[in-house]
Design a protein around this ligand. Sequence first.
Ligand SMILES: CCCCCCCCCCCC(=O)SCCNC(=O)CCNC(=O)[C@H](O)C(C)(C)COP(=O)(O)OP(=O)(O)OC[C@H]1O[C@@H](n2cnc3c(N)ncnc32)[C@H](O)[C@@H]1OP(=O)(O)O
Length: 175
Amino acid sequence: MGKASDAVSGSSDPDVEDWVRSFRFPESGSPELPPHHPNCLGCGPANPHGHRLSVRRCGDGVHAHHRFDSRHVGAPTIAHGGAVATVLDDLFGFLLYTVGELAVTRHLAIDYLAPVLLDTPYTLRAHIHARDGRKLHLRATIENDHAHVVTTATALFLIVDIDHFLTTTHQPHHR
Ligand SMILES: CCCCCCCCCCCC(=O)SCCNC(=O)CCNC(=O)[C@H](O)C(C)(C)COP(=O)(O)OP(=O)(O)OC[C@H]1O[C@@H](n2cnc3c(N)ncnc32)[C@H](O)[C@@H]1OP(=O)(O)O
């Protein structure tokens, strides 16, 4: 595995620094992709409120099978749109393993084409549509068992260096 933390600068939070130091990119041939960290809301196995998303490489992109459950209810029987956004954002976050660079969400847009139902199997896919320097333009879909696409998403992720995760003094960005 490649190390993401060769140039770690000082951090005041030892837990964050430990996580950053232990972060590794998986081998390029490895289909299984590791969670971003144990408590990640999207994929962390130790987060009792999380989705525990399990994501694999698929060609140049990534895919996952997922069921939303009663913790994610919006309208009765339907997944909350924010829960769907969480999962898609996290799915996009797995594409960083395919580029071998650290990246974070700058912009996320979702089209909710049909309700995402609770306790129902879905297939999620994401890929890099285009790369322009630091900018990764990403696309994703959620599809039901009848191959109907119920949600589409696009995102702009920005490649960052390791210091992004160690800096506790980020300033708001004004466009
Ligand atoms: C150990 C590791 C584990 C890694 C673990 C990773 C976990 C992933 C988890 C899932 C993903 C997440 O939830 S990530 C968490 C949520 N996201 C965040 O917290 C990020 C918060 N935002 C930021 O920190 C910052 O805004 C950054 C770093 C994203 C970008 O800041 P910046 O470097 O100053 O860049 P900025 O000027 O804003 O924009 C860069 C370029 O993008 C363009 N741009 C900006 N918005 C748009 C837009 N909507 N459409 C088109 N283009 C846009 C700008 O014009 C500019 O173009 P040009 O002038 O350069 O041409």
